[in-house]
Ligand binder design. Structure first.
Ligand SMILES: Nc1nc2c(ncn2[C@@H]2O[C@H](COP(=O)(O)OP(=O)(O)OP(=O)(O)O)[C@@H](O)[C@H]2O)c(=O)[nH]1
Ligand SMILES: [Mg+2]
Length: 300
């Protein structure tokens, strides 16, 4: 394909918490760059996933779920999502079909934001593996009345159903232009960010019933000696209260060890080298409720 036919652009993936945005991004890229948990509000910061094909490069912005936010941290997350919509060439809105009777109502807030952005939008109806085929058509009809989507595509981000249809269509929505990143880059985020996210995912998976959302992970040390020596990483887990610190550490450190082992496994997969991972836990009271506290923890 000649250079002037090449396309490159930004597509924001928007939707309520937990509809499967990060799962879809990983599925499209064929690699795990965005963390996924069964808990809503897993994604906190914008992540750019880079999808390169002959003739096109799409920069996908995985965004935090859009919801009615009252706490400072949640407000920041929704602001991040809004900024992604405003910066994008087009929007991929996602919804979760698993509750067909109420999903449109739950999506009203997201639809308003997508509409306000004025960007061309496609709707992906996700998790179709969980519903009867017969309920799909009425759902498509309902959404086509709610907003003027360029297309509505049923998918299963988990199984891969409908993904090719979706990417074929998205390519038509981005402008002509040369690739902005090398075609083997998968993300715009540095390795240490992805590593901190993996630790946060394991923390959320291990403690999803015990811990509120108020944990964060920062990388304190990231040393890459010449191979074959192991990469040495120290990560700090921030919690809000001393009681949470005890939960994360567990009996005789068992919980922290479990989290560390699971995280090390995924980090090794990601960087393709042995890793020595050390985890610490620190209480940072109220880091989720003041803008200053949030910046200290998240903007380092
Ligand atoms: N059955 C089924 N489950 C899915 C599918 N896609 C995602 N999930 C599950 O839905 C849950 C949420 O997925 P995420 O990808 O973290 O959702 P998200 O929209 O990024 O969530 P936030 O980051 O919290 O906004 C996880 O448990 C996924 O495994 C799907 O196609 N089918
Ligand atoms: Mg997510």
């Amino acid at each position: 394909m000649s250079d002037n036919a090449h396309r490159c652009g930004v597509i924001a993936i928007a939707g309520r918490p937990n509809v499967g945005k990060s799962t879809l991004l990983n599925r499209i890229l064929g690699a795990k760059i965005a963390i996924v948990t069964p808990k809503p509000q897993t994604t906190r910061d914008r992540i750019l996933g880079i999808w390169s094909q002959p003739g096109a490069q799409i920069l996908f912005h995985d965004t935090p779920g859009i919801h009615v936010a009252t706490k400072a941290l949640n407000r920041r997350m929704v602001m991040e999502a809004q900024a992604a919509l405003d910066d994008a060439d087009a929007i991929l809105m996602m919804t979760d079909a698993s509750d067909p009777a109420t999903c449109l109502k739950q999506d009203n807030n997201v639809i308003s934001r997508v509409r306000e952005s004025g960007k061309p939008a496609v709707l992906a109806i996700n998790k179709i593996d969980l519903i009867e085929k017969a309920s799909l058509l009425p759902l498509i009809e309902t959404y086509s009345k709610a907003m003027d989507f360029k297309a509505i595509i049923p998918i299963s981000a988990q199984d891969g159903d409908g993904i090719e249809n979706l990417t074929d269509l998205l390519v038509t929505l981005i402008p002509k232009g040369p690739a902005m990143y090398p075609d083997d880059d998968l993300s715009d985020r540095p390795l240490r960010f992805l590593v901190a996210e993996i630790v946060r995912e394991k923390l959320m998976l291990a403690l999803r019933h015990e811990l509120p959302y108020s944990t964060a992970v920062t990388i304190e040390e990231f040393i890459e000696p010449a191979p074959p020596a192991a990469v040495r990483i120290s990560a700090l887990i921030h919690v809000e209260r001393a009681s949470q610190k005890g939960i994360v550490i567990g009996k005789q450190g068992a919980m922290l060890k479990e989290i560390g082992t699971a995280a090390r496994h995924d980090i090794q997969d990601l960087i393709g080298r042995p890793v020595m991972l050390t985890l610490f836990v620190r209480v940072d009271e109220d880091w989720t409720t003041t803008d200053e506290g949030i910046s200290t923890v998240l903007d380092n």
